[in-house]
Design a protein around this ligand. Structure first.
Ligand code: INI
Length: 150
């Protein structure tokens, strides 16, 4: 597939639970590069945790990137404020894509246990980072298709 040729993609990746988020990032990059995105056109911003994801995503969306992929891992077992961190991250990410019109993909795992997070970041087709990169490419294409009708 050459769906990614010429695209600039921003990736926001949480450092919190970095062992998991790195697995998501690796799979995301695999998909992007295989689709024809040039490595120099992929910019990665590491943020402390999921709560900081939306503001970095917004900066990418305002800076000419074609799509933004957000990657993180919020694990309920680890935190008393799981619902706040996960909820605010999701809300912020959706706000950014609606406000800017740039697709911002939610590749933030929200799980009850570390085992569930590990399962969703295996190096196979079920990896959430892989799925997120595929969604980013698909949404760029969908939005271009809609724009071409007008
Ligand atoms: N951030 C995460 O990305 N995942 C978590 O599981 C998590 N927990 O467990 O608290 C987490 N907290 C940090 C948060 O995202 C912010 O970095 C912090 O609150 C500073 O704003």
């Amino acid at each position: 597939s050459h769906a990614g040729t010429g695209l600039r993609i921003g990736i926001v990746c949480g450092k919190f639970n970095g062992g998991i988020t790195t697995r998501l990032l690796t799979s995301s990059l695999d998909v992007l590069l295989a689709s024809g995105v040039n490595a120099k056109d992929v910019v990665i911003a590491w943020v402390p945790g999921a709560f900081e994801v939306p503001i970095a995503a917004k900066r990418f969306a305002q800076s000419g990137f074609d799509a933004v992929i957000t990657l993180g891992a919020v694990i309920r077992g680890d935190t008393g404020h799981y619902d706040v961190v996960a909820g605010e991250c999701a809300r912020g990410v959706q706000d950014v894509q609606i406000e800017t019109g740039v697709p911002v993909v939610f590749g933030v795992l929200t799980t009850n246990t570390i085992d569930q997070a590990l399962e969703r970041s295996l190096p196979d087709a079920t990896n959430k980072g892989r799925e997120s990169a595929e969604t980013a490419l698909e949404m760029v294409s969908v939005l271009k298709g809609i724009a071409s009708l007008s």
